[in-house]
Design a protein around this ligand. Structure first.
Ligand code: GLA
Length: 385
């Protein structure tokens, strides 16, 4: 960690020719359970992970924003007065989109000073670990501090989501930014996406001798195009046909009626969301009453629901999950938006290397590219370093 922090300071000085006045960081996240429930105003249970994005920042005398990063050559530069979401392109749309989104939550862009930002990160990009939310959360916290906006973390999560929706163009929910801003060490964040009330739920993984293995399939996905938006639209259609504001308003008992009113595909989309909300509640209760050893079946059931009802898995994710289950994992599921990205496996720490060998072997046998695998721990949310 101290490494990327130093790298970001150095990158800042080399790019802008003066020292940064401060450094902020925010983690990526992995979702333990509760997929495609956030924009349906339901429940999620993600954790912040021990991979972070760091922002080094310096104030300017004029009213210009400049952003640079360790992963792109160009420096993007824009006067604060010209920040419009549709005009922002490439990776710089994330940090610049956040500056614009803050203006929609009270920041007066005509009054705040310009800033230089340099971004570095060890959150893998495209693995479904929310590298984008890590950028948004770190930048939102940094600008909130130096512009003295006084916004709380829930509002900053909304700011990050707005940037993602409007500046990047991905119609995503509130989960990723909330996890990045509210996460705590050794715990998951139980979030009600309607009220944004959150509770910290202890995971106790180390004490139970368990670990979470990320299996990044390398299959790339984008939520700005394709299936993600289509699933969101199906959920909205289902809610409308059933006469509720959102699918959050339904419980498992409503499914029988839903089956008679909806076409088969919409019904299965709705069933995923309704049962997934229940699985989040069950997972929270099980963690509190019995500990992490007891949640494996819920993870497996979540995967089956995404594979069969929501249809957002891909063969690589299914293979990772099946192979994990057959080689000592207590439970496994794809995580994140789907159509690629990563799966997680909850397994005894002593079984992790066996699992990795088995998954590598299975991927090779099926002619799939070699997956990246690593263990993550639950870490603290965004901070000023
Ligand atoms: C992506 C989105 C989140 C959420 C998940 C699915 O990660 O960014 O808002 O919808 O997919 O649970």
């Amino acid at each position: 960690m101290s490494d990327i922090r130093d790298d970001a300071r150095r990158g800042f000085a080399e790019t802008f020719g003066h020292e940064a006045s401060g450094v902020w960081s925010a983690p990526g996240r992995v979702n333990l359970i509760g997929e495609h429930t956030d924009y349906n105003l339901g429940f999620v249970l993600p954790l912040a992970i021990n991979r972070r994005t760091v922002v080094a920042l310096g104030l300017r005398e004029d009213r210009v924003l400049r952003v640079a990063s360790a992963f792109a050559d160009e420096v993007a530069e824009i006067p604060l007065a010209q920040l419009v979401p549709g005009e922002l392109e490439g990776w710089a749309a994330y940090p610049l989109g956040v500056a614009w989104a803050l203006s929609q939550h009270g920041a007066d862009l005509a009054a705040v000073p310009g800033v230089d930002l340099f971004i570095d990160s060890d959150v893998p990009v495209g693995a479904g670990l929310s590298s984008s939310a890590a950028i948004e959360s770190a930048v939102a916290l940094a600008l909130n501090d130096v512009w003295r906006l006084g916004l709380d973390r829930r509002t900053l999560a909304r700011v990050g989501q707005l940037a993602e929706n409007e500046a990047v163009g991905a119609p995503t929910g509130i989960m990723d930014q909330s996890a990045s801003l509210l996460g705590e060490t050794d715990a998951a964040v139980f979030l009600d996406c309607r009220t944004l009330d959150s509770q910290v739920v202890d995971l106790g993984l180390e004490a139970a001798g368990l670990a979470i293995l990320i299996i990044d399939t390398g299959v790339s996905h984008s939520h700005a195009t394709g299936g993600y938006g289509a699933r969101r639209a199906s959920c909205e259609k289902g809610a409308q046909m059933l006469g509720v504001e959102s699918l959050r308003d339904l419980t498992v008992d409503d499914l029988e009626r839903a089956r008679t009113l909806l076409d088969d595909e919409t019904f299965r989309r709705v069933r995923h969301v309704v049962t997934e909300n229940q699985r989040v509640l069950d997972t929270v209760r099980t963690l509190r009453e019995q500990g992490p050893e007891a949640i494996g079946e819920l993870l497996d059931a979540s995967h089956a629901s995404m594979r069969d009802d929501f249809e957002i898995s891909v063969p690589e994710l299914d293979l990772a999950v099946e192979t994990a289950g057959a080689n000592g994992a207590l439970g496994a599921r794809m995580t994140g938006g789907g159509f690629g990205g990563a799966a997680i496996a909850l397994a005894p720490t002593h079984a992790i290397s066996r699992l990795q060998v088995a998954i590598d072997g299975a991927f090779a046998e099926h002619g799939f590219g070699q997956p990246e695998m690593f263990v993550v721990t639950a870490s603290h949310g965004a901070v000023r370093e």
